[in-house]
Design a protein around this ligand. Structure first.
Ligand code: NDP
Length: 255
C-alpha cells in the first residue's frame, strides 16, 4: 500500500536541464516510477540525446528545446506539449559560479544567475502551471540549494546563494497561492553534488576537503540521492507536503 504511493503511472514529468547531472538522475527516478518524461534543454541535440538514452532504458521520453530565461519560449513549449502537458514539473536548470567576491561580480554574472536560477523557475512554473490550474492538479519540485539556507564556506558565492534563497521563498509563495488549485510546490536543498557544475571547476578540488569537514555525514552527495528526494516529493507519498524545503545535505546545515 505504501510503495504504491511512489508510483507516477499516468503522469507526465518535464525536467528542465534534464540532459545531465541532477536533472538526468531525476528523469531516471521519475521514469522508473512510471512517468512519461519530457527533457527540456537550451540545445535540442542535448535534449534529444538524453531522451534517446532514456528510451533505451525503456522509458517513454521526448525532447524539447528551450532556454528557461525566455518566458515567451516557455509559453510556446507549454502550447507545443498540449498532448504531453506536464502534471509534474521539475525546475532543475541552474547555473553556478563560485569564488567571485561580491565587489568583483559583474553585472552580467549577477543578471545571468538571477535570470536562470530565479527567473527560470518562475517562468516555467507560470507557463506549465496554467495547465495544472486548469486540470486542478499538479506537482512542482524546485531544485534549491543548502546555500540558499546558509552561507557556505570558503568561497564567495553571493549571487548564487541569493538566487537559491529566492528559489526557496518562491517555492513557499507558489505553494500558498496554488494549494487551492490542487497543486503542491516543494523544493530540495542539496549539498555539494558530484556533477559537472561542481567537478568542472578546478579550484573546487581545494575546497572539497573543507566541505567534507563541514558535513556530519562526511562526504559530498550523488545525483541519484537528490533524485530520490525529488521522486518522494513528486509522488503521492508526499500528498500532505507543500511549501517544504527538504534538505538533502548530509547534515551540512544542522550546525
Ligand atoms: P549541471 O551544470 O550539471 O546541469 C545543469 C543543466 O541545466 C544543464 O543541462 C544545463 O544545460 C541546464 N541549463 C543551464 N542553463 C539553462 C537554461 N537557461 N535553460 C535550460 N536549461 C539550462 O548542474 P547540476 O546537475 O549540478 O545542477 C542542477 C541543479 O541543481 C541546479 O539548479 C543547481 O543550482 C542545483 N544544485 C547543484 C548542486 C551541486 O553541487 N551540483 C548543489 C545544490 C544545488 P547546458 O548543458 O546547455 O549548460
Amino acid at each position: 500500500m505504501y510503495l504504491e504511493r511512489f508510483r507516477l503511472a499516468g503522469e507526465t514529468a518535464l525536467i528542465t536541464g534534464g540532459g545531465r547531472g541532477i536533472g538526468l538522475a531525476c528523469a531516471e527516478a521519475l521514469g522508473e516510477a512510471g512517468a512519461r518524461l519530457v527533457i527540456l534543454e537550451p540545445r535540442l541535440e542535448e535534449a534529444e540525446a538524453a531522451a534517446e538514452g532514456l528510451r533505451a532504458k525503456g522509458f517513454q521520453a521526448r525532447a524539447i528545446q528551450g532556454d528557461v530565461t525566455d518566458p515567451a519560449r516557455m509559453d510556446a513549449c507549454a502550447a507545443e506539449l498540449q498532448d504531453w502537458a506536464p502534471s509534474v514539473l521539475i525546475n532543475n536548470a541552474g547555473v553556478g559560479r563560485n569564488g567571485t567576491s561580491a565587489e568583483n561580480l559583474t553585472d552580467a554574472e549577477w543578471r545571468l544567475m538571477m535570470e536562470v536560477n530565479v527567473g527560470g523557475v518562475f517562468w516555467c512554473a507560470r507557463a506549465f502551471g496554467r495547465a495544472m490550474i486548469a486540470a486542478k492538479r499538479g506537482v512542482i519540485v524546485n531544485i534549491g540549494s543548502m546555500s540558499g539556507t546558509i552561507v557556505n564556506r570558503p568561497q564567495a558565492q553571493t549571487a548564487y546563494n541569493t538566487s537559491k534563497a529566492a528559489v526557496h521563498h518562491l517555492t513557499r509563495n507558489l505553494a500558498a497561492e496554488w494549494a487551492p488549485h490542487g497543486i503542491r510546490v516543494n523544493a530540495v536543498a542539496p549539498t555539494y553534488i558530484e556533477t559537472p557544475m561542481v567537478l568542472a571547476v578546478p579550484e573546487n578540488q581545494e575546497r572539497i576537503p573543507v566541505w567534507i569537514a563541514d558535513t556530519p555525514l562526511g562526504r559530498m552527495g550523488k545525483a541519484d540521492e537528490v533524485a530520490a528526494a525529488v521522486l518522494f516529493l513528486a509522488s503521492p507519498a508526499a500528498s500532505l507536503i507543500t511549501g517544504a524545503i527538504l534538505a538533502v545535505d548530509g547534515g551540512l546545515t544542522v550546525w
